[in-house]
Design a protein around this ligand. Sequence first.
Ligand code: C2E
Ligand code: MG
Ligand code: MG
Ligand code: MG
Length: 290
Amino acid sequence: QSKQLGKNRCQFYSSDMQETARRRVQLEAELRVAIERREFVLYYQPIIDAGSGHVTGAEALVRWQHPLRGRVSPDEFIAIAEDTGMIVPIGAWVLDEALRQANEWLAQGLPELRLAVNVSGVQFREQGLLELIAQAARKPGFERIQLVLEITESVLMQSSDATEALMREIGKLGINYSLDDFGTGYSSLSYLKRFPVDHVKIDRSFVSDCLDDVNDALLVEAIINMAHSLGLNVTAEGVETESQREFLSARRCDFLQGYLISPPLPADEFRSFVLRSRATRSLDAQAPNS
Ligand code: C2E
Ligand code: MG
Ligand code: MG
Ligand code: MG
């Protein structure tokens, strides 16, 4: 009987895996079409200064608006795009679109913001990245946009001298780097010294447990202190509760990002968010007893 159970379980798993594999093959084919049809859209998640609460920037996050499946999460399609190399044209579109949008916001009177764009390690191993960014940097208005490239630890860990040189070349164009999902990889402090990174983002898994788990609390504290002693700024991602915000602010985390502040927003809603938060602040400032 147990043998039969085992067999059934085996069949269950294999059909499950087949289903996953099938969806993947389908998504891969559909992703090619999506690039031609431009089925992508960028959302922007506000990032605030932990001390003042001012919006200082945004992270651009890509969304795939599939005509039949609805929205496909980046957690599902970015990996496929990386494996197939399609992340290169997608990443080029993301960069272009984010900069176009930032220019539009500036024209509409929004203050200058730091604009963070995620860049995959695959893009860093491609020749075209420097030229892509150099081209973007030649466009009018670029000097008013503080472009930040978010890279993960794995980019640094797998990187060659060539990657390091590429990062420095791109850095000369006035672009900063932020180390994303910090703490989840196994990079060492030496990476932070060796590469031209000026910012770390504490992974949300540590932030979400920092009030319940002593180890996570200590880790968050250690990352903030270590980053500061190396002269780097720190953003906490995935801030969802007021107590997390207090915990992070009390430990001098520089910037906050998460659902507590705002989820990622379509461009026009991001713009309203910034305007609204500025209006609220000036009202606060005018209120007699606040
Ligand atoms: P990431 O760069 O670490 O982005 C942060 C993710 O956390 C986003 O997920 C965001 O929506 C989510 N998030 C923000 N605040 C909260 C919160 O308070 N709670 C929770 N539970 N989640 C929060 P999203 O947009 O689904 O993106 C997932 C990942 O996909 C990103 O992680 C990034 O690695 C990748 N990605 C997104 N857009 C791009 C892109 O344009 N290019 C590349 N290469 N990767 C991208
Ligand atoms: Mg990111
Ligand atoms: Mg992150
Ligand atoms: Mg992440």
